[in-house]
Design a binder for this molecule. Structure first.
Ligand code: UDP
Length: 238
């Protein structure tokens, strides 16, 4: 175990889309394996890990409500989608030999533990990777907010938002290839400029609790390990 880490306890936020491979299935076995290996890498460094995974590869509440489903029901469906993804990720992590627990914000004890903060911290202290499923358990919130909330609750040192791009850009880098990436940003800059880092509720919660956020490319060259070592990867919001 190395002791040159910048962060010890991390909350990793992955969007549901991170599980999709190209235009293929919503949940790709190949993607699950890749993500799991990255997580194993930081676990071996001694990191304490909590994970929140979104559900956007299966269903988003806003999109479903635009199709005529009542918004609260649509959000309940979205939260259930995060449970499906969490169970898939749990399985993939256990295949790589990690000990894990899924804890849900909505009780469904036949398939996962209910979220109890003290118990979650105890699992993490014992070296288990804890996956927080079901978002916050409330409609009208996002899994970004769930990630910020759980991070504050378990006293994580940082929220690591793994994405498909290298960090936060001044404009969409796909549409505008010359768009500049920020190395650092203040919470207020994110809110004032309306940058798409995390939603405003999540940013505010991090700001109030002085919890840094690192937005980074989860698909790139052992980035997660580099961040744990203290290398400057992605965009740091603090
Ligand atoms: N959701 C919710 N409350 C929460 C978290 C999530 O109602 O606390 C619902 C919401 O409908 C959301 C969906 O679950 O669209 C999936 O989560 P999210 O969109 O955050 O997933 P991601 O974009 O990260 O894949």
């Amino acid at each position: 175990m190395s002791n040159d880490r910048r962060y010890k306890r991390i909350l990793l936020k992955l969007s549901g889309e991170m599980l999709r491979h190209g235009d293929g299935d919503g949940i790709s076995a190949e993607r699950l394996k890749q993500l799991s290996l990255e997580i194993v890498g930081v676990k071996k460094m001694g990191a304490e890990i909590g994970i929140v995974i979104g559900g956007g590869n299966i269903l988003r509440g806003t999109a479903a409500s635009e199709k005529g489903i009542d918004r609260v029901s649509a959000d309940h469906m979205g939260m259930l989608a995060t449970v499906i993804n969490s169970l898939a990720l749990q399985n993939a992590l256990e295949r790589e030999g990690l000990e894990t627990r899924v804890m849900t914000a909505i009780a469904m004890e036949q398939l996962a533990e209910p979220y109890i903060r003290r118990r979650a911290i105890r699992h993490i202290e014992r070296g288990r990777v804890v996956i927080f499923a079901g978002g916050t358990g409330n409609p009208y919130f996002s899994t970004d907010t769930a990630a910020a909330l759980r991070a504050v609750e378990i006293q994580a040192d940082v929220v690591l938002k793994g994405t498909k791009v290298d960090g936060v850009y001044e404009a969409d880098p796909v549409k505008n290839p010359s768009a500049k990436m920020f190395d650092t940003l203040g919470y207020i800059d994110v809110l004032n400029k309306g940058l798409r880092v995390m939603d405003a509720t999540a940013i505010s919660l991090c700001m109030e609790n002085s919890l840094p956020i690192v937005v980074f490319n989860m698909n790139g060259a052992l980035n997660l390990q580099k961040i744990l070592r203290g290398e400057n990867v992605g965009t740091i919001v603090s």
